[in-house]
Design a protein around this ligand. Structure first.
Ligand SMILES: Cc1cc2nc3c(=O)[nH]c(=O)nc-3n(C[C@H](O)[C@H](O)[C@H](O)COP(=O)(O)OP(=O)(O)OC[C@H]3O[C@@H](n4cnc5c(N)ncnc54)[C@H](O)[C@@H]3O)c2cc1C
Length: 381
């Protein structure tokens, strides 16, 4: 049996796990990371795209968004089908160079992986068990290795085996809908604008990507039947549902489906296991906030642990971890509630709410100071 000692082990090499390991290492902690999949390979054509907000980008290394594959966006158009409510905001109004970036997941993960020392990023190994000791935890890996750490950070995704092992319950629900993602071409290349259309039972987002195409996220209870259409019928359905706003739209990639669920862990730590990212919370993708919330967790956890260490305190104590939990659980609960209300608010099953939201969009569009506040909040600034 080979034994490795790291003060902190991050389990899970998604964007959030890699960013957490990077931030803790930057702060001077002795960190290692374990990922069950292979090392990420950058694919600029990746269908999985994230909208990264400037506030959350602070949780990434300074050059992580420099890659030419990441598309900055400078404008957002949000509107409500069949009604007048519409909201348009620009980077100029918010007095920032861009509202955010549309980033291919694999390109981001590959850059974050490269930024960590190779001997501290183990791929192709799964954590199969954890055992407690007075001064730490042992992680048992499926290749026979064992890692001993003072703190384990579970970034192992929404189904988090480590969360389950730690006995942390979640409040979970699903939307009886899926998110369909694909690449789309319009007649004109995009103008660095994100488009989002709310329908009674669906949300369509078209996000600009490098090369002029759009990345589509179509959240709908009909997503599975839409995925089964041939390309021509799918393109026609999309053009029609998007109300011809961008002219004829054509699908130019395979289509992928993701079930839409939301959940929130009842606690963000138990003993020496701490939850970060989707292991702690997952949200409806309509606001593109999943990774952004996880990056916010990474920043806050790093801040709290560093502060305790620098003050000469034991940074693994429950009192320290509770500080992280207090700050992030409240912030994440707010975003979960907001996206949940938006996903239901435009549906006709909630009498009156649809009109209120419609009126709200119109109202905000006419009040520049309110709009500026809203934009800066959405950007995490
Ligand atoms: C349709 C759709 C669109 C979305 N769009 C956006 C968007 O525009 N912007 C945004 O911010 N978010 C978006 N999200 C949300 C986003 O995908 C998630 O919030 C994000 O992937 C969470 O990152 P994570 O690193 O916490 O978890 P994950 O990405 O799930 O990573 C978990 C990692 O842990 C590893 N792992 C699991 N178990 C083990 C184990 N036992 N041992 C070792 N490794 C393990 C897995 O292999 C994986 O690499 C979207 C989600 C959906 C469904």
């Amino acid at each position: 049996m080979s034994l490795q000692r790291w003060a902190i082990t991050v389990v899970g090499g998604g964007v959030v796990g890699l960013a957490t390991a990077g931030a803790l290492r930057e702060a001077g902690f002795d960190v290692g990371l374990i990922e069950q999949g292979p090392p990420p390979v950058a694919d600029p054509q990746d269908l999985r795209m994230y909208a990264i907000a400037p506030g959350a980008a602070r949780g990434l290394p300074a050059d992580a968004l420099d890659d030419a594959a990441h598309q900055p966006f400078t404008e957002m158009q949000v509107w409500h089908a069949g009604r007048d409510g519409a909201l348009r905001f620009t980077a100029a109004e918010a007095r920032v160079p861009q509202l955010g970036w549309i980033a291919p997941e694999s390109v981001l993960r590959a850059a974050l992986w490269r930024a960590l020392p190779a001997d501290r990023c183990w791929s192709g190994v799964t954590v199969t068990d954890l055992t407690d000791h007075d001064d730490g935890l042992s992680l048992w890996l499926d290749d026979g290795r064992v890692v001993r750490s003072q703190l384990v950070i579970a970034c192992d995704g929404a189904r988090s085996p480590l969360r389950e092992r730690a006995g942390i319950a979640v409040h979970a629900w699903d939307y009886a809908a899926s998110g369909l993602v694909a690449d789309i071409r319009a007649e004109q290349p995009h103008t660095q604008t994100c488009w989002q259309r709310f329908l009674p039972d669906a949300v369509i987002a078209l996000l600009p990507r490098q090369g002029g195409a759009y990345s589509l996220v179509w959240s709908s209870p009909e997503a599975e039947s839409l995925a089964a259409l041939d390309d021509a019928a799918f393109s026609a359905a999309l053009t029609d549902t998007f109300d011809g706003e961008l002219g004829p739209l054509k699908v130019c990639s395979p289509r992928r489906l993701f079930p839409l669920t939301a959940q929130h862990a009842e606690a963000y730590f138990s003993g020496r296991t701490v939850l970060v990212g989707d292991a702690a919370h997952s949200v409806h993708p309509l606001a593109g906030q999943g990774v952004n919330l996880g990056l916010g967790d990474a920043l806050e956890l790093t801040r709290v642990l560093s502060e305790a260490r620098d003050a000469g305190r034991d940074w693994t104590r429950p009192r320290v971890l509770a500080r992280y939990q207090r700050a992030r659980r409240a912030a994440n609960a707010e975003m979960i509630a907001l996206t949940d209300a938006m996903s239901r608010g435009f549906a006709p099953t909630v009498p009156g709410l649809s009109d209120v939201l419609d009126q709200g969009l119109r109202w905000m569009n006419q009040l520049p100071p309110v709009k500026r506040l809203l934009i800066r909040h959405a950007m995490g600034l």
